[in-house]
Design a protein around this ligand. Structure first.
Ligand SMILES: Cc1ncc(COP(=O)(O)O)c(C=O)c1O
Length: 429
């Protein structure tokens, strides 16, 4: 058996903070994975955990799904990457166009961050303007434009941005406007005021675990259309998860551009930008040498391993009844978590859609980023740690549900939530 603490110590020496940078160094949440199968992870010491992190979302089918493993193994014997057109990547692009209402053409990248970065660049080229608008609390990856007001401790008056990271050139702050999610009147007023300078509005249609208020996305669609400002949906979490056609199908609002990552690549590094030819044409190399041309390239773009993993994943998702099952399982987990909090008198909001949600320890309904600031951060840390102690891994700020979770897994999950809420009830608020 591998010595878990030895591996953790070695990681502590070799990685800054001992972590991969994927979340905020909460040391108790770190453990070393040996294996993932279905709805479970095994740590290096052999202990089994129920997995509600799912690689931060991509593993919607669960780990090592046989159809994905088989497709990848078959492709591996044919070569890993070519940087040339290949059949699997063409098929994946065609499938995205079939699935996604706003998609006529597709460009592939190797991560979600790169997808939103490229969507913003192509929108700038299309509009001939520089500024972008994003929403407070919205996350679009870790490029300089995205890391503005994702998690400001003391939010500023709208639309002033707060950089979330050191090392971002100050000049970028002048290029990003921040709007309040779910506040249509303020957002409309800001777009009316700044539309002459705006290249795009980018939004997580379902922001983190905050559900869009009725009419908010439709209103945003209407005002961006009125001023011909491209609306970008970041569907990196929602794509193929809320519905096969993503948030735009689930909420019935179609943006101009959409960004993909996570589920679309079945656990391999691939992202995508999809949209209409009138915008996507700026990526066409026949424009090279003109002011319209947008450079977009990458050694691993069009990678056939990621493509076959994505195709196998999407084929499973298209099977009848898949999303109904995901919805039913997620609802059981989400409602069971709410019941456990109620049962033990723990004040909490269970926020979000059944396929991905979380608990926030606050008495305020969670409708925007500022409401999340009222949540007890120490309590969520404790909740995550206690879940881990009881054999359940979740994301720092999300519970991702998979199609591999069975009713028996959910029964076990709800018992864990009951135990954890009972322990939290003894902790002073
Ligand atoms: C909504 C959203 N956009 C973008 C990203 C960045 O994707 P990646 O981690 O693949 O760069 C993430 C990652 O969690 C995300 O949740």
């Amino acid at each position: 058996m591998t010595d878990l603490s030895d591996l953790v110590q070695r990681a502590g020496r070799i990685f800054p903070g001992g972590v991969l940078g994927n979340h905020r160094g909460e040391s108790d949440l770190e453990f070393v994975v040996k294996e993932g199968r279905g709805a479970y992870l095994w740590a290096a010491d052999g202990r089994r955990y129920l997995d509600y992190l799912l690689g931060s979302g991509p593993m919607l089918l669960g780990h090592a799904h046989p159809a994905v493993v088989e497709a990848v193994q078959r492709q591996l014997g044919r070569g890993s990457t070519y940087m040339l057109l290949n059949e699997p990547i063409i098929e994946l692009a065609e499938e995205i166009v079939r699935a996604v209402a706003c998609a006529e053409q597709v460009r592939f990248t190797t991560s979600g961050t790169e997808s939103t970065f490229m969507a913003l660049r192509v929108a700038r080229a299309y509009r001939g303007r520089d500024k972008i608008m994003k929403f407070e609390g919205g996350f679009h990856g870790v490029h300089d434009y995205g890391l503005m007001s994702v998690a400001p401790r003391s939010p500023k008056a709208f639309p002033a941005p707060t950089p979330d990271s050191a090392g971002i050139p100050q000049v970028i702050e002048g290029e990003v406007l921040i709007a309040p999610y779910n506040d249509l009147a303020t957002t409309e007023a800001l777009i009316a005021q700044y539309h002459h300078e705006l290249a795009a509005v980018i939004i997580e249609p379902y922001q983190r675990v905050i559900v869009p208020a009725p009419g908010f996305l439709a209103g945003l669609r209407a005002v961006t259309r009125r001023y011909d400002v491209p609306l970008i949906f970041d569907e990196i979490v929602t794509g193929f998860r809320l519905a096969y056609g993503g948030a735009q199908e689930y909420y019935g609002v179609v943006p101009d551009l959409a960004c993909y990552g996570k589920v679309v690549a079945g656990g391999f590094p691939l992202g995508a930008v999809a949209g209409p030819a009138r915008i996507m044409r700026h990526f066409d190399p026949s424009l090279e040498g003109t002011p319209d041309f947008v450079v977009q390239q990458g050694t691993l773009n069009g990678n056939p391993i990621a493509a076959v993993a994505g195709l196998a994943t999407l084929a499973e998702l298209r099977k009848p009844g898949t999303y109904e099952r995901l919805h039913r399982m997620g609802t059981r987990v989400r409602d069971g978590l709410a019941a456990a909090a109620r049962e033990h008198g723990v004040v909490a909001q269970i926020s979000g859609e059944p396929m991905v949600f979380d608990v926030l320890f606050t008495d305020r309904p969670v409708t925007d980023y500022r409401a999340t600031l009222s949540a007890d951060a120490a309590r969520i840390r404790r909740f995550n740690e206690e879940c881990l102690r009881c054999g359940l891994v979740k994301a720092v700020n999300k519970v991702y549900v998979s199609l591999a979770h069975t009713d028996a897994d959910v029964d076990e999950t709800l018992q864990i939530f009951d135990t954890v809420m009972a322990r939290l009830a003894t902790m002073r608020a």
